[in-house]
Design a protein around this ligand. Structure first.
Ligand code: PLP
Length: 181
């Protein structure tokens, strides 16, 4: 993708946009596709058998198949929501209601996390008497993985890390993190 693919950047040529984690700008083909969908096929998904609902089902579930292929999971394991905070809150609250968050348990977060991946855990930590452990960084801003090894214990309920930081531009080694936990 290039700047010219984004109408907003073409209209504002002086801008270098670095806040995509907050609000992602849309390239023209996404804007066109959304507009086409709203003007030609819009309906609720998963609950209608009329033409527009079936078209919407095809787009929605087709998109899930494509994303699943891209990130190597099953389509029925995907959950589309409107933002990161809502996704993490949903997962966190479902862990809470399932009884997974037992008193004395520990949650590991890194010091680079956005509030979207901190506040809900802090609230649940207070409610369920859990401890949050903080993973530090090396001087090159990558995760301190030897420290992660020390933080993980039988009390660890969850390790919730942003593997790619938009603030630091660092991509952490997911496979290595996975091996440790
Ligand atoms: C790095 C980062 N993570 C998460 C979020 C939260 O995003 P959302 O609005 O999708 O909940 C933001 C929002 O600014 C962000 O910058």
């Amino acid at each position: 993708m290039y700047k010219n693919d984004f109408p907003i950047l073409v209209k504002n040529p002086g801008i270098t946009y670095l806040d995509s984690a907050s609000s992602t700008q849309k390239p023209k083909y996404v804007i066109d596709k959304v507009s086409d969908y709203i003007t030609s096929s819009y309906a609720n998904i998963g609950r209608g058998s009329y033409l527009l609902a079936e078209k919407s089902d095809t787009y929605y579930f087709g998109a899930k198949e494509k994303v699943a292929k891209m990130i190597h999971c099953k389509a029925n394991e995907l959950f589309f929501s409107y933002n990161a905070t809502y996704c993490i809150n949903t997962i966190a609250l479902s862990l809470a209601t399932s009884g997974y968050l037992q008193e004395g348990g520990e949650i590991i977060l890194s010091i680079t996390e956005h509030h979207a991946n901190i506040l809900i855990w802090q609230q649940l930590a207070t409610q369920y008497k859990l401890t949050i452990k903080w993973l530090d960084l090396h001087t090159d801003y990558t995760f301190n993985l030897p420290q992660l090894q020390e933080l993980v214990s039988t009390k660890t309920l969850l390790v919730c890390l942003s593997l790619c930081s938009n603030v630091l531009g660092i991509k952490n080694d997911v496979r290595h993190v996975r091996q440790i936990i």
